[in-house]
Write a protein that binds this ligand. Structure first.
Ligand code: BV8
Ligand code: ZN
Length: 239
């Protein structure tokens, strides 16, 4: 822990890379933890353009369920610790695979959402994008300007990442000297490639996870434990 804090204190450009594990203690199921949580579907089965064209109502019921969980959830001490590190200037940005919006609700200003957000909808007809604050009322929601179907503003399997966010993330990783990797299995690409890129560029990697992940062989310091317990302790070691 002290070693990790030293690395962060001395860092010129540290960034945070998060996955579903950072939101687990807020009651948001992780992907691996989903295991049939919703009507015995694996998320990979529903989070695809094919599933949406086949049955948009089923896919929207799945995403409204995810919206309801994220809406009722609150940022946990792990999210708050990362927001604190940003306000202290210790970390420059958060690059997340999460679509729940909890980093922003915790107060983080510079959040790169690699896989989109549950709180943005996009029209499949005219491409209009709508920001929402609460779960959709009607399923499937329709575009108020052209009447076409709206889809969740997330990146589905088989779809490319949003170019702007992905290029900013690559830029941040290339100039980072420390990357704090929190709560990710490191199995989904191209996101999982980002910490590897930083490592190749000479950055030190610190991982926080309740168990080893696909990224653990790469990291310099592994802090085993729940993010909501480990990260506040890390912040205490910083001043
Ligand atoms: C694409 C949004 C092509 C939607 C998501 C290379 C190799 C192999 C496969 C591929 C490859 N390249 C592409 C692929 C295919 C695929 C992929 O990676 N498949 C995987 C499953 C093998 N990738 C894609 O399809 C990508 N697109 O390749 O397009 C293309 C390119 C150009 C032009 C046309 C097409 C798109 C991937 C994005 C998919 N969308 N989410 C939604 O949310 O519904 S991915 C989604 O799953 C999440 O966003 C996240 O990224 C991922 C889940 O991973 P984690 O967040 O890490 O969560 P997980 O549950 O796995 O792990 C939780 C971790 O937390 C665990 O380690 C656990 O121990 C830990 N933990 C738990 N509790 C705690 C904790 N840690 C700390 N504290 C705790 N309390
Ligand atoms: Zn439209």
């Amino acid at each position: 822990m002290k070693e990790a804090a030293e690395l962060l204190k001395k860092s010129k450009h540290a960034v945070v890379f998060t996955g579903a594990g950072i939101s687990a203690e807020s009651g948001v199921p992780t992907f691996r933890g989903f295991g049939g949580l919703w009507k015995n579907y694996k998320p990979e089965e529903l989070a695809t353009p094919e599933a949406f064209s086949r049955d948009p109502i089923l896919v929207w019921q799945f995403y409204r369920w995810r919206q309801e969980i994220a809406y009722k959830a609150n940022p946990n001490p792990g999210h708050l610790a990362i927001a604190k590190m940003e306000s202290m200037g210790v970390v420059k940005a958060v690059i997340t695979q999460n679509v729940d919006g909890l980093h922003q609700r915790a107060g983080n200003k510079h959040v790169i959402e690699l896989h989109g957000s549950l709180w943005r909808l996009r029209c499949v007809g005219c491409g209009a994008v709508f920001q929402i604050e609460k779960p959709v009322d009607e399923v499937p929601p329709r575009c108020e300007s052209c009447g076409s179907l709206l889809r969740p503003g997330v990146v589905w399997f088989g779809e490319p990442l949003p170019q702007r966010e992905y290029s900013i993330a690559i830029e941040l990783m290339e100039k980072s000297d420390v990357v704090l990797v929190v709560g990710t299995s490191g199995l989904v690409y191209p996101a999982a490639y980002l910490p590897q890129l930083a490592k190749e560029k000479g950055a030190k990697l610190i991982e926080v996870n309740v168990e080893e992940s696909a990224l653990t062989p790469l990291v310099d310091i592994f802090l085993k434990g729940p993010a909501g317990e480990v990260l506040p302790k890390l912040v205490e070691e910083l001043p």
